[in-house]
Ligand binder design. Structure first.
Ligand code: PXL
Length: 276
């Protein structure tokens, strides 16, 4: 029996909730075969949990990408790409691979840190990653940066930002509203170049949601690898990540990861989709 091959080009979250750990766990939960090309190692200081960012040499990433692409990848996602050089090289390798099922998660910071970690990377993402994207999955802060609109607060803001990001070459734009969005539900926007859809679920009052963004993008990637349309892939990924957030748990006094496998163990949350 063969499996669909899914690749994540992303960083290691040593604490296990986000990054390649979230992606590989999510790929596994979807029955795909997970591979990774590591871009950066993120460590956490035990006293205070401040993050250390340790990029992987660009040549080492290049060798990993050669290995992974030689196997015949079905779908890939990107996550934290810490330097302009790494973004440029990953973008070129993706374009050269000819793979179309590409999900770009334009990670600019870890959750809880609202400032953009690598401001110089925004332009490089627009230039080298967005033209390769079948789907791009920014959160509110990232969508504000990629659209040039700054602070986004309402669904109308999301629609305007999605259209600007689509114009950079991404075929489908998914903006993760998250908790900061002014909406009574947990709402995400999907724009396919013509129509806007709003996906909503009940809000979960929890701060144990570390890794939610990575998990959502990885679930979209696996669903696409498994043959789903982008719209179905996004809807099912939202159900998957909503369950993961609902069952988020406390790892230590600083961080609470989502439970990546919750959707396959517990009743699935309801998600509504409306065309706007
Ligand atoms: O959640 C964003 C994220 C992505 N990738 C890595 C991370 C984090 C946040 O901690 O460590 C590797």
């Amino acid at each position: 029996m063969s499996l669909k091959k899914t690749l994540t080009i992303a960083g290691s979250d040593t604490s296990g909730g986000a990054g390649i750990q979230a992606d590989l766990k999510t790929f596994q939960e979807h029955g795909t075969y997970g591979m990774n090309a590591l871009t950066v190692i993120v460590t956490m200081n035990p006293d205070g949990w401040s993050h250390g960012i340790h990029p992987i040499p660009v040549e080492t990433l290049h060798s990993q990408l050669e290995t992974a692409f030689s196997t015949g990848v079905d779908a890939l996602k990107t996550g934290m790409l810490p330097t302009v050089e790494i973004i440029e090289m990953a973008g070129k390798a993706i374009a050269d691979s000819g793979l179309k099922d590409v999900v770009i998660d334009p990670v600019m910071a870890c959750k809880g840190e609202d400032e953009v970690l690598f401001p110089e990377n925004v332009e490089a993402m627009i230039k080298h990653l967005l033209p390769n994207a079948k789907v791009v999955t920014p959160n509110l802060v990232e969508a504000g940066q990629l659209s040039g609109m700054g602070t986004l607060q309402t669904v109308e803001d999301l629609q305007a930002a999605a259209e600007k990001i689509h114009a950079h070459g991404a075929q489908f734009v998914v903006i993760k509203g998250g908790k900061q969005l002014k909406h009574e539900k947990a709402a995400d926007l999907l724009f396919d170049g013509e129509k806007h859809y709003l996906l909503t679920a009940e809000k979960t009052e929890t701060s144990y949601n570390h890794g939610a963004g990575c998990t959502f993008a990885a679930a979209i990637t696996a669903n696409i690898a498994n043959g789903q349309s982008v719209k179905d892939a996004v809807l099912n990924a939202k159900i998957f990540v909503s369950a993961a957030i609902e069952h988020g748990w406390k790892l230590n006094e600083y961080v609470g990861p989502v439970m990546h496998g919750a959707a396959n163990k517990f009743p699935k949350p309801a998600v509504d989709v409306v065309e706007l």
